[in-house]
Design a protein around this ligand. Structure first.
Ligand SMILES: O=C1O[C@H]([C@@H](O)CO)C(O)=C1O
Length: 559
């Protein structure tokens, strides 16, 4: 067996282009003329080098490599204002990083709401040469999930930052590998939907991505969600699934009829094609956690013994009720880490506990989301540079709050609806163990508390537990320290808490935020930093804006 490191070079151009993701022509952000962008495929230990040129006419761009920890390359994390300056139109930036662990990942824009505009793609990391996955499969498929609006992202952004806020509402379509159907249904023939049949030849940009399978084989289906808003539930007619991976980490395999997937998460499931091979079957994704009228995303599991256009015998599986949270919690609680050399055990105790209260608020009539009553508004100078070079004027030097007032009633709308904006940083002790308690609460409206999937950059965390109501010290006793899932995204359920633990062992500045695009845009995130003085050489191109940009210029005048 050889352990030779491979490297993969990609030359990418980002541009807007006409596309019909759901049968309605629109404008999407494409890469090299493709939507979704090209799939990156590498082996664990390889170097991925993406030379990204911004071909947009009037907008900056960055790309985040979701789930890649960027050890030693914090400037390649692709977060605007955090790890780098945006790449300006006409400019090129080199993202060069190691993919150190096999798994199912994806990449996406991380500036404004460019992810919602379609800037995303899949990234698959295979095990290193000579290594084996702890399960067997014959072949695999990738399903990248997203949601799609007919109103442009610019239109949506103006609405979100208007007074009063104009909410983006529910998506017009759900997309599987960038393909959905608006105003018609693949399942129209069953009479369960008011939509008519779709007129599809198979060559359309919005024709479903069909999974062609042989009978009596095992397929690995890699599923990743980059939705802007929707939480999804997957079911495959007549088949169960064996869940084996989440966010690039192996799980104790468990069988399920349906799988919840929140934005920012990825899973692998094993599917045995052991059903009647004279039939085809539905693959369906429906919205959970929001009362949405958006139709299920559908495609076909086609046993190659049939024509792909042969419709399944029964209608698509019904998605559990949107507010059946007991169902979601039962699923989340089944997820446990596999005992495996690639997955570390959590330290038994923590050095610092940060409690983060999630609330919807108002500021001068604008709607915001806040964490401990601070709504994140990103600075002009990337933190990576301002912290590394001690440019204290670049962001708030006051420490952001670590907790919220003990009398706060999480079951009620905030008594004081007002919030403030800020951009302070949680400075973490290098190599310290940090516990984060994400505390959910009631939104502005009575009897509303929403799901928020939180994503951490630069690390995986152990999900120590979920609970109802306000977290108290005694809830610690219920923590799972034995086999907690190790991942980069975890959900908080309505009116509940989620406890996470991670080790601050990666020099850099890292976003930690709700992965719902409009929520992040309205301030629902925080910034962590650790070991920044240990970062040797940050490429100048990452920091040539704001105060770090000025610093690179010598003297007060050019010429
Ligand atoms: O941020 C949000 O705003 C709306 C609603 O609270 C106000 O219209 C909604 O459902 C969100 O998730």
């Amino acid at each position: 067996t050889s352990n030779k490191t491979g490297s993969h070079f990609y030359k990418w151009e980002v541009e807007y282009m006409y596309w019909s993701p759901d049968g309605i022509e629109n404008v999407v952000m494409g890469i090299n003329g493709q939507f979704p962008g090209p799939t990156i495929r590498a082996r664990a230990g390889d170097i991925v080098h993406v030379q990204l040129t911004n071909k947009l006419h009037t907008e900056g761009v960055v790309i985040h490599w979701h789930g890649i920890r960027q050890k030693g390359t914090p400037w390649a994390d692709g977060t605007a204002s955090i790890s780098q300056c945006v790449i300006n139109p006409g400019e090129t930036f080199d993202y060069r990083f190691t993919v150190d662990r096999a798994g199912t990942y994806f990449y996406h824009g991380h500036y404004g709401m460019q992810r919602s505009a379609g800037l995303y793609g899949s990234m698959i990391v295979d095990v290193a040469k000579g290594e084996k996955e702890p399960f067997h499969y014959d072949d695999e498929f990738e399903l990248l999930l997203s949601d799609w609006w007919h109103k442009s992202v610019h239109h949506q952004e103006v609405g979100l930052s208007s007074r009063p806020m104009r909410w983006i509402n529910e998506p017009q379509a759900l997309l599987i590998n960038g393909r959905g159907q608006y105003g018609c249904s693949l399942a129209a023939h069953y009479g369960s939907s008011s939509l008519g049949p779709c007129n599809i030849t198979g060559h359309e940009q919005w024709a479903p991505y069909i999974l062609h399978v042989d009978p009596n084989k095992t397929y690995r289906i890699r599923i990743a969600s980059t939705t802007a808003l929707a939480s999804l539930n997957l079911a495959i007619g007549n088949h169960t699934m064996m869940v084996v991976e989440a966010d690039g980490n192996y799980l104790q395999p468990f069988e399920t009829n349906d799988l919840d997937i929140y934005s920012g998460e990825s899973y692998s499931v094993l599917l045995k094609t052991s059903q009647d091979s004279s039939q085809n079957y539905w693959i369906s994704f429906g919205v959970r956690g929001r009362e949405s009228q958006t139709p299920q995303a559908l495609t076909i599991l086609n046993y190659k013994t049939n024509s792909a256009s042969k419709l399944p015998l029964s209608p698509p599986p019904v998605t559990p009720r949107w507010d059946d949270y007991a169902h979601s919690k039962a699923f989340s609680n089944k997820i446990k880490a596999l005992g495996h050399k690639s997955i570390p055990k959590p330290p038994p105790t923590y050095h610092r506990r940060i409690v983060l209260l999630n609330t919807q608020n108002e500021m001068n009539g604008y709607t915001k989301w806040s964490i401990n009553n601070v709504s994140l508004s990103l600075p002009a100078t990337p933190y990576l540079g301002s912290i590394r070079f001690g440019l204290r004027g670049a962001f708030d030097q006051t420490k952001p709050p670590e907790d919220f007032p003990g009398h706060y009633d999480i079951m009620k709308p905030p008594v004081n609806r007002n919030t403030t904006t800020g951009n302070g940083v949680y400075m973490l002790g290098y190599y310290s163990t940090v516990d984060v308690i994400l505390q959910n609460a009631n939104a502005l409206k009575e009897n509303v508390s929403e799901i928020h999937p939180w994503h951490l950059h630069g690390h995986d965390f152990w999900v120590l537990g979920y609970g109802e109501g306000k977290f108290t010290k005694s809830d610690e006793k219920k923590f799972n320290l034995k086999n907690p899932p190790y991942r980069n995204t975890a959900v908080i359920f309505p009116y509940g808490w989620t406890a996470l633990r991670f080790v601050a062992d990666n020099p850099g500045v890292w976003a930690f935020h709700c992965h719902i695009e409009p929520h992040l845009h309205l301030g629902m995130g925080v910034v962590f930093a650790e070991g920044v003085q240990h970062i040797a050489k940050i490429p100048k191109e990452a920091l040539s804006c704001g105060l770090t940009g000025k610093r690179f210029m010598t003297g007060s005048h050019l010429g």
